[in-house]
Design a protein around this ligand. Structure first.
Ligand code: ATP
Length: 911
C-alpha cells in the first residue's frame, strides 16, 4: 500500500489516514498510533554487550602471555601466587570494562542530544516534536534546510525543492508540486521521502509512512547519524601507544635477560618481566581519553554547546578566529521596528512593549497617506510569521519556527517578519482583516542571495505583488515611487534621497527593510521572480532594532585576551553592521569593514592579505562565507564559523569548527557542523573554546601522570637488575600497583577543574606535539625522581636488614604512595598545588583515598599480607616512605613559587 499514496489526492489521503488537514491529529490519537506503529526510526547498530567487552580485555597480547605464565606457575604449585595474579588481572579487566562502558554511554548520550526534530500541527497548534514520535497521519511542515523526517504526501508547496540523491542518486534538486506525479520514486513530485533534504521553499503535507515502512526503511539504508571518528589526538595517542608498547617490551626483555644473567631463576624473571610489561603499557589511556572527551562534551552541553563530532572538541581549543553571524548569534534576534519612512517623506516613530500589538505611533513628519497604507499592507501580507497570544493563534497557512514571547504575545517564524507583523498590527493593519488565506495565491520565498521576498495576492483589481527586502536591492527593481497619494517615476534624485535616509537609519544600528508593490498586468503570466519582481513601485522603509546579546561584549573582550580574533559576518548593511560592531567593542583600531561587493572584486590572495585586518563583513551572501573561511585558513588560522541557513552548509563544513544554530538553524547546517549552539548565543562559542582548552589540558595532565609513573616503575626494575640488586618488586605487587594507581586517580585527574587563566593564554597549534611545553622532560624527570626515591628506600632497607620481604614491602609502598602523591603535582603545569586548591577536585581526593586505603589493606590484612608477600612496617619505616614520597610534591611547590616570584620581579623591573 505505501507505494500507492502518490496516486491519491490530498483529500483522499487525509480521509484514509483519518486526519483533519488544518487541525492535524489530536495528541491522544497520535499517542495511540505511536503505540501501534512504533517509533519513526530506522534500525540502528547494536552496541557491544558487556560480557563481550569483558572478554575483549583479554585480547591484549601481553595479558595473554601473563595469563599463560600464571597458569604455569599454578601448575608448578604456586597456587596462591597464581590466584592472586589472576584476580588482579580480572579486576583490571573489570576496570577496563567500566572505563569503556562509560565511554560508550557518554557517546550514546551525545547522540541523544542531537536527535532530529520535526514540525507538526497537532490539535490545530504547530509544535516541534522528536522526529521519532511522528506517526502516519501527522501534518508536517517543511522548509529549506530541513531533512524530511518521514514519507510525506504533500498538500501545499511554495517553490519547494528537494534533493533526493540519498534515494535516487540524482544530486540535482527536484521541484515538488502537490498536483503532479509519476510512477518511479524520483518522479513522484507530490511526495517527499524520509532522509531527503529540502533545499528551497516550503511545504506542508501528511505523513504516510514512518520508520521501517518508509522508502528509506524498505531499502534498509542507514542514515548517517552523529559521527564519532577518532580525534587527531586520539590518533596520535594510538601511534604513541604503539611506540610505548615496543619500548616497554624492549626494556622488560632487557630486565629479564639481565636478571637471568645475574642468576635469578628464569621462570621468576619471566613472570616479573611480563607483569612489568602489563603494568607499564598504558592500556587504559585510549579509554580514559575517550571518557575525558565525552565528559567534557557533556560539560559543554550544560553550557549549551552541543558537540556532534568529537574532533571538534580538540579543534575548539586551537581556534584563532571565530566568525559569527550578526543576527541571532551576536544580537538577540528580538527585533522591534522603531522608525518608518515612506517614499513620500513621512517619518513615524513606533513604540511598544515586546511583541504586544498595541503601541504608540507618532508622526514626526507627514501623515498617513496611500504610500503609508500600502507599506503597512505589504509588511503584513508579505510575511509568514504568526503573531499569537497564549495558545490562540492568528493563523497563516505556512508557519515558521517559534522565535520569542513577551507578555503572552508570541511571534512564530522569522523574527524580522515578526517585527514587521507587530509593527503593522500596532498601526492597525492585521493580515487576517486584509485578506483571506486563499487570496494569497503564491509566494516567491526569501533567500539570502535574493535578499527579498514577494507574495502574490488576488485583489478586486487583479493580481498584486507585495515585496519586501534589502533597500539597495529593492530600489533596483523599482521604476516608480508612491509619494503620498501619487505614483511618480523614480528619478536618480529620489533614489539618492532614499539612500541617504537609509544610511541615517543604518548608522543608528537599525536593520532596514524596504517595501515595494506592483499591480500585475495579467493574471495568466508565469509567476517567476523575473516576471513579477520588476517595474515595481517603491513604498518606503522600516528600521528595526535588534539589541546585542548581553554577554557578547564580555565574550568578545575575553576572546581578545585569549588571542582569538572575532569576526562578524552579516547580510545586513555596512552601516548597521558597523554600528552593532562598535556597540559590542568588536572593532579595534585599524580594523576594517569589507562588503560582499568589495569581496567579489578581490582575488583570493588579496582577500587573504586583507582578511587579517577585517573584523566585519557586511552585505555578504553564504557563498562569500566559504571564501572568507578559505582566506583565513590560507593564513594559517584555525577558523570557527557559524551558520544557520541551508546555503551556509559548505562554509560550515569547510571551517575547522563548523557551528550551527540549535534554535534558528536548519538540519542541513546542523549535519554539516561539528557543534550546535542550543541557545544560538555567541558567548556560548567562547565558553566552548574554554572547555576545549580545558579538556586538552586535562588530557595532558593524566598523560603526564600515567607516563611519569610508568617510567618510574620500569626504571626501578631496570636499574635494580643493572645494579645487581635483587628484584625490588614481585609480579603481583607490580600488577597491584598498576591497578591502584592507574585506575581511579588517572580518571579523576581527567575531571579536574580547569586553570582559571586558561583563556589568558594564546591558542595552541593544532598539530602541536602532546609533549610540547616541556611536558616530555617533566615526565622523564618525574619518572627518574620516582625511581630514584624507590630504589633509595629499597637499597637502604635491603643493606640494613638483609630481609628481602621487608625491603620489597618498603619499595612497594614507596612506589605506590609516590604515585598517589604525585598525582596532585600533575594538576597544573603553571600553578602550585596551593593555588589550584587541594579540595577543588573532590573526585581526585576520593580516588586517592580509596587507592591508599586499598594499599593499607594489603599491608595489614593477614591474608593479603601472605598473598602479596608483605610484612608489617615499623612507624619509622613508614616515616621514611612518606618523607621520600612527599618530596616531589614539595619540590614542585617550592619550584613554582620561586618561579612565580622571579616572574613578578622581572615584570616589576620592566615596569
Ligand atoms: P545575518 O546577520 O545572520 O547574516 P541577515 O538577516 O542580515 O543576518 P540574511 O538573512 O542573509 O542576513 O539577509 C540579508 C538581507 O535580506 C537582510 O539584511 C535584509 O535586508 C533582507 N531580509 C532579511 N530577512 C528578510 C525577509 N524575511 N524578507 C525579505 N528580506 C529579508
Amino acid at each position: 500500500m505505501p507505494s500507492q499514496w502518490h496516486m491519491l489526492t490530498g483529500e483522499e489521503v487525509a480521509r484514509m489516514l483519518a486526519v483533519d488537514q488544518s487541525q492535524g491529529l489530536g495528541e491522544k490519537e497520535a499517542e495511540a498510533r505511536y503505540r501501534e506503529v512504533g517509533p519513526n526510526d530506522l534500525p540502528r547498530q547494536q552496541g557491544v554487550p558487556l560480557w563481550q567487552m569483558f572478554f575483549n580485555q583479554f585480547k591484549d597480547f601481553m595479558v595473554l602471555v601473563l595469563l599463560a605464565a600464571t597458569a604455569i606457575s599454578g601448575l608448578l604449585g604456586e597456587y596462591a601466587d597464581a590466584v592472586t595474579i589472576m584476580l588482579i588481572v580480572v579486576f583490571n579487566a573489570i576496570l577496563g570494562v567500566l572505563q569503556e562502558f562509560r565511554a560508550e554511554k557518554s557517546l550514546a548520550a551525545l547522540q541523544k542530544l542531537t536527535a532530529p526534530e520535526a514540525r507538526v500541527v497537532r490539535n490545530g497548534q504547530e509544535k516541534k516534536i522528536l522526529a521519532a514520535r511522528l506517526v502516519p497521519g501527522d501534518i508536517v511542515l517543511l522548509e529549506a534546510g530541513d531533512r524530511v523526517p518521514a514519507d510525506v504526501r504533500l498538500l501545499q508547496t511554495a517553490q519547494l525543492e528537494v534533493e533526493e540523491s540519498i534515494l535516487t542518486g540524482e544530486s540535482l534538486p527536484v521541484r515538488k508540486d502537490p498536483a503532479t506525479t509519476g510512477s518511479g520514486v524520483g518522479e513522484r513530485r507530490n511526495m517527499v521521502f524520509m532522509g531527503t533534504m529540502v533545499t528551497r521553499g516550503r511545504g506542508r503535507g501528511i505523513v504516510v509512512a514512518t520508520g521501517p515502512a518508509t522508502e528509506m526503511g524498505q531499502i534498509a539504508r542507514l542514515l548517517a547519524g552523529a559521527q564519532h571518528e577518532p580525534t587527531p589526538l586520539q590518533r596520535r595517542l594510538a601511534q604513541l601507544g604503539g611506540y610505548l608498547v615496543g619500548f616497554c617490551l624492549l626494556i622488560c626483555a632487557a630486565v629479564v635477560v639481565l636478571g637471568v644473567y645475574r642468576g635469578e631463576p628464569l621462570y621468576n624473571m619471566f613472570l616479573a618481566g611480563v607483569s612489568l610489561a602489563v603494568a607499564a603499557i598504558p592500556e587504559g589511556l585510549p579509554a580514559i581519553v575517550t571518557v575525558v572527551l565525552a565528559v567534557g562534551v557533556q560539560r559543554m552541553a550544560r553550557r549549551q554547546a552541543i558537540v556532534r563530532k568529537l574532533p571538534a572538541v580538540e579543534t575548539l581549543g586551537c581556534a584563532t578566529v571565530i566568525c559569527a553571524d550578526k543576527t541571532g548569534t551576536i544580537t538577540q534576534n528580538k527585533m522591534q521596528v522603531r522608525q518608518v519612512v515612506t517614499a513620500g517623506g513621512s517619518v513615524a516613530e513606533i513604540t511598544g512593549q515586546g511583541y504586544e500589538p498595541r503601541g504608540q505611533l507618532k508622526f514626526l513628519r507627514g501623515r498617513e497617506s496611500r504610500d503609508w497604507q500600502l507599506l503597512m499592507k505589504a509588511a503584513a501580507l508579505c510575511n509568514n510569521a504568526v503573531l499569537k497570544r497564549g495558545g490562540l493563534s492568528i493563523s497563516g497557512f505556512f508557519r515558521g519556527r517559534a522565535a520569542g514571547q513577551y507578555d503572552g504575545w508570541q511571534v512564530q517564524g522569522d523574527p524580522t517578519e515578526g517585527a514587521l507583523l507587530v509593527m503593522a498590527a500596532r498601526c492597525g493593519f492585521w493580515r487576517e482583516k486584509l485578506v483571506r488565506p486563499e487570496e494569497i495565491v503564491a509566494e516567491l520565498p526569501f533567500e539570502s542571495e535574493r535578499k527579498r521576498m514577494t507574495v502574490l495576492v488576488r485583489e478586486k483589481t487583479g493580481l498584486v505583488a507585495y515585496t519586501k527586502g534589502a533597500p539597495d536591492v529593492l530600489l533596483e527593481l523599482c521604476t516608480h515611487a508612491c509619494r503620498g497619494e501619487q505614483i511618480v517615476p523614480l528619478t536618480e534624485d529620489v533614489k539618492q534621497q532614499i539612500m541617504q535616509q537609509h544610511s541615517g537609519m543604518a548608522a543608528g544600528a537599525l536593520r532596514v527593510l524596504a517595501f515595494a508593490w506592483r499591480a500585475l498586468p495579467s493574471a495568466d503570466m508565469e509567476l517567476s521572480p523575473e516576471n513579477v519582481e520588476r517595474q515595481m513601485v517603491f513604498l518606503g522603509m522600516a528600521g528595526m532594532y535588534d539589541p546585542p546579546r548581553p554577554q557578547v561584549g564580555g565574550a568578545v573582550a575575553l576572546c581578545r585576551r585569549a588571542g582569538i580574533k572575532t569576526v562578524m559576518i552579516t547580510g545586513d548593511h555596512r552601516l548597521t553592521a558597523q554600528a552593532v560592531a562598535q556597540e559590542i567593542g568588536l572593532m579595534g583600531r585599524g580594523d576594517q569593514i569589507l562588503t560582499g561587493q568589495e569581496l567579489d572584486r578581490l582575488p583570493d590572495h588579496e582577500l587573504s592579505a586583507r582578511a587579517e585586518k577585517v573584523s566585519v563583513y557586511a552585505r555578504v551572501t553564504p557563498q562569500h562565507k566559504l571564501r572568507i573561511v578559505r582566506a583565513l585558513q590560507e593564513n594559517g588560522h584555525v577558523v570557527a564559523m557559524t551558520g544557520d541557513g541551508v546555503n551556509d552548509a559548505p562554509a560550515v563544513k569547510k571551517a575547522d569548527i563548523g557551528i550551527a544554530m540549535g534554535q534558528s538553524g536548519t538540519d542541513v547546517t546542523r549535519e554539516a557542523a561539528g557543534m550546535v549552539l542550543a541557545d544560538d548565543d555567541f558567548s556560548t562559542i567562547v565558553a566552548a573554546v574554554e572547555e576545549g582548552r580545558g579538556i586538552y589540558d586535562n588530557i595532558r595532565k593524566f598523560i603526564r601522570y600515567l607516563l611519569s609513573c610508568n617510567v618510574g616503575e620500569v626504571l626501578v626494575m631496570f636499574v635494580a637488575v643493572l645494579a645487581g640488586l635483587p628484584l625490588p618488586l614481585l609480579p603481583m605487587q607490580i600488577l597491584w600497583m598498576n591497578l591502584v594507581t592507574d585506575g581511579l586517580p588517572a580518571m579523576a585527574l581527567g575531571m579536574d577543574p580547569y586553570d582559571r587563566d586558561i583563556m589568558f593564554r594564546p591558542p595552541r597549534h593544532p598539530r602541536e606535539n602532546i609533549f610540547t611545553g616541556g611536558l616530555g622532560w617533566r615526565i622523564l624527570g618525574s619518572g627518574v625522581l620516582i625511581a630514584a626515591g624507590t630504589l633509595l628506600v629499597f637499597a637502604l632497607a635491603w643493606y640494613q636488614s638483609k630481609q628481602l620481604d621487608l625491603a620489597r614491602t618498603m619499595a612497594f609502598n614507596t612506589l605506590v604512595f609516590f604515585q598517589l602523591f604525585y598525582v596532585f603535582s600533575c594538576r597544573s603545569e603553571y600553578h602550585s598545588i596551593w593555588e589550584v586548591g587541594l579540595t577543588s577536585n573532590p573526585y581526585l581526593l576520593l580516588a586517592v583515598a580509596i587507592s591508599a586505603a586499598l594499599q593499607l589493606l594489603v599491608n595489614y590484612v593477614p591474608l593479603l599480607q601472605r598473598l602479596f608477600h608483605v610484612v608489617p612496617l615499623h612507624p619509622v619505616q613508614w616515616g621514611l616512605v612518606v618523607a621520600v614520597t612527599l618530596l616531589p610534591l614539595l619540590l614542585g611547590t617550592v619550584y613554582r613559587t620561586l618561579q612565580k616570584r622571579l616572574k613578578e620581579k622581572i615584570m616589576y623591573l620592566r615596569v
